[in-house]
Ligand binder design. Structure first.
Ligand code: PDD
Length: 305
């Protein structure tokens, strides 16, 4: 049965039966909505998380929930429900939508209140939104296999990129500019000429000494869950790692490069149109992909069906 017509501008394809979760209710995706004065909508006063779904299980679920709690704490929004209840809701949504390979999106806004800049006191009730979607496993596999091109763009974001807020306009503009240039991702470059991260991924190189290198944690980058998992797995596998910043020229001189995010580890084969290493995914990137796949197969919490 087609979903009822909607009045709030959703123009994506929603498979029949797709279900979202908004404020305590499972609801058909095409009809799911928040209040027009929700502060997430009005101000981007909201935190989000994206968690991979692998073989029907949530990848690195606890790490994502830890980061959610931290981001919310940094801007003073309360957890919308106890963590164990949230975990149940997340799993139930994956189950109801019968997703095997995909992404879970979770957003907590500060809630609906009269539009006014100061944060409401007493606090408004946070809004919780959850959606899941299937991903094209073959297209993902192809990207992981063949690699992608990146371009560099100035990092024009705010000074607290460690907080996962929904205020993503600079990211969206840089990503769009990359796509127009025929690249998959943009690597953002700070005022000192160093790469911070991608618009929705962490950035890595294998430097000339063969060390797996990614920028150190600070307010300038998101502490990627995948980044952390890779660093732990690499240390266990005794791969040399180094957490420090690098420039686009370091990246061009590097043996290999890749990006990491909830959608996995994807080789980078060129930067700004110039080939990296041999212009194809290298052995260290392949090893990291294997380590990550292995680790996430064991960490994905199974969703009972
Ligand atoms: N992006 N850096 C930025 C700016 C990000 O937005 C993300 C995640 C990452 C990688 O983090 P993780 O490994 O925890 O996914 C790094 C998500 C996927 C998104 O915005 O859709």
């Amino acid at each position: 049965m087609p979903e009822p017509s909607v009045s709030h501008g959703w123009n994506g394809r929603a498979p029949a039966g797709r279900v979202a979760y908004v404020d305590g209710r499972y609801i058909p995706h095409g009809r799911a909505a928040v209040h027009i004065e929700d502060r997430g909508l009005q101000f981007g006063d909201a935190i989000y998380e994206v968690c991979g779904i692998v073989a029907g299980g949530l990848r690195d679920e606890d790490e994502h929930l830890d980061r959610l709690a931290r981001s919310l704490g940094e801007i003073g929004i309360a957890m919308p429900m106890p963590r164990n209840v949230l975990r149940l809701v997340m799993r139930e949504l994956v189950r109801r939508n019968r997703i095997r390979t995909g992404l879970l999106y979770l957003q907590v806004t500060r809630g609906a209140a009269r539009r006014d800049h100061p944060i409401p006191n007493p606090a408004s009730r946070p809004t919780l939104i959850l959606t899941v979607r299937e991903m094209d496993a073959a297209a993902l596999e192809r990207r992981r296999d063949e690699g992608i091109a990146v371009v560099t763009r100035p990092d024009e974001r705010w000074a607290r990129c460690d907080i996962k807020t929904t205020q993503l306009l600079p990211n969206l503009l840089a990503k769009t500019s990359a796509r127009k240039a025929g690249a998959y991702e943009a690597w953002l470059v700070d005022e000192d000429g160093f790469v911070t991260e991608g618009t929705s991924t962490n950035a890595w190189i294998v430097d000339t000494a063969g060390r797996l290198t990614t920028r150190n944690l600070s307010h300038e980058i998101l502490p990627g869950v995948t980044r952390r998992v890779i660093l732990e797995a690499a240390a266990e596998a005794q791969l040399p790692v180094s957490e420090h910043r690098f420039t686009p020229s370091d990246a061009l001189a590097a043996r290999e490069a890749f990006i990491s995010s909830a959608t996995g580890v994807v080789p980078v084969t060129s930067i700004d149109g110039k080939t990296i290493g041999e212009g194809r995914p290298g052995p260290v990137t392949r090893r990291v992909q294997e380590l990550y796949a292995h680790r996430s197969a064991s960490s994905a919490s199974e969703v009972s069906r």
